[in-house]
Design a protein. Structure first.
Ligand code: UDP
Ligand code: MG
Length: 311
């Protein structure tokens, strides 16, 4: 198999036929030796029946259907596990990732690039959204050891080597933007103009984006924990200085009425600092809890692959 295309789909019935047609046409122009792996991530609309229809009429089409919605990360993982291609493309189902780029990706991949990454610009994005995104990437760069770049998502072509490297990482909390960057290997970035979704709605809202953002920071290192230690140390130094200052006052001026305001202020401030620190520790403990359970990332309900429980 030359090219495997992994396409996670969650409630995508409105756009799926369009995607399937465009993608197949593009791939047919490149080679006959391809497969399209659709992962139905527990969709509640007609996604699965559409996928079965495609598969009935086209031997290039594979589908894996989850028992419920496990999230895009799990869907991508399943697709990557089942991929048998020399090169694997990961792309969204909503045509925001233009299939036309695949030919160009293949060229670079054949020249030896292990990850050919498509980077979108921000045309048509809401100003506020892209502002927050830029701030976020700056913050993550500071806070973690992996490098994330604005506009780079999951759309990319992976060589067998890069794919196998990704599959060795079996963590439960997957943050693939970080994982992709973590494995390294030869990279090539190609740019494309941002597109809006061809049909259907985005699955993201503000809350899920914030959660995703926190995941990104926490799943890659323990710097936030160290940050708590620094805040603690800083607070101790400040309060020591303050105590010395008060003590000198007592020695030289005698005892005067202690300040109610400063006392309450300090209690509130350090109460807050402590709670936040405990919260950060708790986030890590929570993640460890999920990791040690070693639950599978997803459960397959139906598939036209012969091996239903591929690891
Ligand atoms: N997706 C998925 N499982 C989910 C949410 C999303 O497989 O729980 C898929 C979705 O079908 C699409 C891709 O992930 O192919 C990106 O989702 P979406 O277009 O909603 O995100 P956006 O482009 O708005 O970031
Ligand atoms: Mg989209």
């Amino acid at each position: 198999m030359l090219i495997s295309t992994v396409v996670p789909c969650y409630n995508e019935e409105k756009v799926l036929s369009l995607t399937y047609n465009e993608l197949s046409e593009e791939l047919r122009n490149i080679t006959e030796d391809y497969e399209i792996i659709f992962i139905d991530d527990g969709s509640r609309d007609g996604t699965l029946s559409l996928l079965k229809e495609f598969a009935d009429g086209d031997t290039h089409v594979r589908y894996i259907s989850f028992s419920r919605n496990f999230g895009k990360e799990s869907a991508m993982l399943a697709g990557m596990r089942y991929s048998s291609g020399e090169f694997t493309v990961i792309m969204d189902a909503d045509l925001q990732h233009p299939p036309e780029l695949i030919a160009q990706m293949l060229e670079y991949a054949r020249q030896g690039c292990d990850q050919v990454i498509a980077q979108r610009d921000r045309t048509g994005d809401r100003k506020l959204g892209s502002f927050f995104a830029r701030m976020y990437y700056r913050l993550v760069d500071r806070l973690t050891d992996v490098e994330l770049t604005d506009g780079i998502g999951d759309f990319r072509m992976l060589s067998r080597k890069a794919l196998d490297a990704l599959l060795t990482m079996n963590e439960y909390n997957r943050f693939s933007k970080g994982l992709f960057s973590w494995i390294g290997f030869k990279e090539k970035i190609i740019r494309y103009q941002n597109r809006s979704r061809a049909a259907g709605e985005s699955k993201w809202n503000f809350g899920s984006l914030v959660r995703y953002g926190v995941d990104g920071v926490l799943s890659f290192n323990n710097k936030p924990l160290r940050f708590c230690i620094f805040i603690g140390a800083f607070a101790i130094v400040i309060s020591l200085l303050y105590v010395i200052f008060l003590l000198l006052g007592i020695i030289f001026k005698g005892i005067d009425m202690p300040g109610y305001f400063t006392t309450i202020f300090t209690i509130c401030l350090f109460g807050g600092v402590q709670l936040i620190s405990i919260g950060i520790v708790g986030e890590y403990v929570g993640r460890i809890y999920y990791e040690v359970k070693r639950r599978p990332h997803y459960l397959v309900d139906e598939t036209n692959f012969s091996d239903k429980n591929k690891k």
